[in-house]
Design a protein around this ligand. Structure first.
Ligand code: HEC
Length: 156
């Protein structure tokens, strides 16, 4: 066999072996978390879910190509990283100062334009936000920070 054939076989095997690596992503049904941002702070624009929830909640919807590695590894790692930094499904479980800080960062992220991630908006046209949508989202996040603070104060 020629050298090239061996290289191609080798790559084929690597590709097949790569399919066995699946970082675990558990996905919950929407609306089942009592500490979820959208459940606890009403008034969110409808597109918030489509723009942020795939990576920053337990309600991620995985695209079809996540079934195939290496794309799947890329998608799953973004979800794991995204949830670790900020998980809207459990945000009311965060300590007060942490949730207020994170929600204010969200307002910043959409205003400054570094979220949703660019690699995400390439593939998800519905997550591309206009300037008005970004401004509206930022206002929602700021009011959510205030509402979450008030929620915790009333509890004590
Ligand atoms: C494709 C997945 C993905 C989407 C969609 C996404 N994010 Fe993120 N986000 C991440 C990842 C990964 C990180 C952590 C690494 C980084 O900062 O780049 C992060 C970090 C953040 C942080 C910083 C949190 C911290 O404490 O470090 C904020 C705030 C944030 N995202 C807000 C948002 C908002 C608001 C949206 C929707 C408008 C959104 N993100 C959409 C993946 C995503």
């Amino acid at each position: 066999m020629s050298k090239l054939k061996w290289v191609l076989y080798g790559l084929g095997i690597v590709f097949i072996l790569l399919q066995f690596y699946r970082p675990d992503i558990s996905v919950k049904k929407p609306g089942t978390s009592e500490t979820d941002l959208l459940q606890t702070v009403p008034g969110a624009p409808a597109y918030l879910k489509g723009a942020c929830y795939d990576c920053h909640s337990n309600e991620s919807t995985l695209p079809w190509y996540a079934a195939i590695n290496p794309a799947g590894i890329f998608v799953r790692n973004h979800i794991r990283e995204g949830r670790k930094h900020l998980n809207f499904s459990i945000i009311q479980d965060y300590p007060t100062d942490k949730k207020v800080k994170k929600l204010n960062e969200c307002a910043e992220a959409v205003t400054e334009g570094w979220m949703p991630m660019e690699s995400y908006t390439w593939m998800h046209a519905d997550a591309r936000l206009t300037d008005e949508q970004r401004a509206e989202l930022a206002r929602y996040f700021e009011s959510a920070a205030a509402a979450s603070l008030a929620r915790d104060m009333n509890r004590q």
